[in-house]
Ligand binder design. Structure first.
Ligand code: GLU
Length: 372
């Protein structure tokens, strides 16, 4: 398999991998998973872990033998189980001197642009600081309207949110087969999928195939979201977490869904696509060059502000001669920028009385239109 040098990796691990059949956490496997992820982190990869298992672990603790039927009971399980999960992750990762952070999301956090941008900044900051974010759905509070519903989809949305290079879905099967291998011995293993077609979806969820109920359909959906976003996606068996090393060396038995080829600017484009520019920032020559060299816009580079806008509004970024060179999402309101323009980031606190961001527009939120 052709394996690239992936830097930012999202690993999703499912309940069946993390818990025993009685619902109690498989501590041995969790420990191994944390060890392998720490080793990959030491090798220089950025790691984000999307974990299931909260409801399962809560069931074990509360003595449920079957998944409870009512929402409050499920949410009670999630609330108890999430804490148990986090506790163990923190314990195991700290044995390898890794700092972890917990992020519990709902669909709204990803779907509402303002929240999306805020969370993106949080992830960027954590990853820049070498922290391993651990993500789950906020099961204890979600209602069906704001639920992502399954962690395969959540992991694909997270991978897109943080612009990961690779998404790995660890589950209880090696990957995709042409039919259920348990009932169809002639089933063939599919190692590489160039394009997700309806035939592929059918393979995963056709009636009579246990794979669908085993969650293969949601994995294909996840692969579709991630590959559309330019992220290679792999399904592999998480029984032995060491498989993560083999995957990155290109020698694991797994299914790889190849990413669609899209340019970085396309990825960024959606941030600004369709959004009306509600203001304009005129910046100096130094700031123009900084942006063209992939640097964020600092207050010191801003000469003047036009229009009235709020935080997270889209603004036009223009050269001293008024040519629009980029579009960006502002971290500060127009009024705030009036006060901090031309100043050092270190003066923001004294000027405004608070300090939320060192940069006015982060490069992740800048879409360059024109290279001048
Ligand atoms: N968020 C759920 C949990 O932690 C898992 C959802 C899923 O299995 O996809 O229990």
């Amino acid at each position: 398999m052709n394996i690239k040098n992936y830097h930012r990796i999202v690993v999703k691990v499912g309940t069946s991998t993390l818990t025993h059949s009685n619902g109690l956490l498989n501590i041995f496997r969790m420990e191994k998973l944390c060890r392998v992820l720490s080793a990959l982190h030491n090798e220089g990869h950025e790691i984000c872990l999307v974990t299931s298992g909260a409801v399962g672990a809560g069931m074990g603790k509360l003595g449920y033998l079957e998944k409870p039927k009512t929402l409050p009971e499920k949410q009670a399980c999630a609330a108890v189980g999430q804490l148990a999960l986090s506790h163990l992750y923190q314990k195991f990762f700290s044995e390898y001197s890794k700092t972890v952070a917990q992020i519990l999301l709902t669909r709204e956090d990803i779907g509402v642009r303002k929240r999306f941008l805020t969370i993106r900044d949080t992830f960027s900051t954590l990853l820049e600081k070498g922290i391993i974010p651990i993500v789950n759905e906020n099961d204890a509070v979600v209602t069906s309207e704001i639920k992502v519903g399954d962690n395969d989809t959540l992991s694909a949305l997270t991978a897109s949110l943080i612009e990961a290079d690779l998404l790995i879905l660890l589950t209880d099967i090696d990957g995709l087969y042409t039919a259920n291998p348990n009932t169809h011995p002639e089933a063939k293993f599919v190692a590489v999928i160039e394009k997700i077609t309806s035939k592929i979806k059918h393979m995963a969820g056709s009636p009579g195939s246990k794979l669908g109920t085993g969650g293969m359909i949601t994995k294909i959906t996840a692969a579709e979201i991630a590959t559309n976003y330019g992220i290679d996606t792999i399904i592999a068996n998480g029984k032995e977490p060491d498989i993560l090393h083999s995957i990155l060396q290109g020698c694991a038995k797994c299914t790889m869904f190849k990413a669609k080829i899209i340019s970085l600017s396309t990825k960024k484009h959606w941030i600004t696509y369709g959004s009306k520019r509600v203001g304009k920032l005129i910046i100096d020559e130094g700031a123009v060059h900084a942006i063209l060299k992939h640097k964020s816009l600092l207050p010191i580079g801003i000469l003047s502000v036009f229009g009235e806008f709020k935080k997270n509004d889209t603004v036009s970024i223009c050269s001293p001669t008024g040519d629009e060179i980029a579009i960006g999402v502002s971290n500060y309101t127009s009024k705030e920028i009036e006060h901090i323009k031309g100043k050092q980031s270190s003066q923001i606190l004294d000027t405004l009385g608070y300090f939320d961001y060192a940069v006015v527009v982060h490069i992740n939120n800048i879409y360059v239109l024109n290279s001048l």
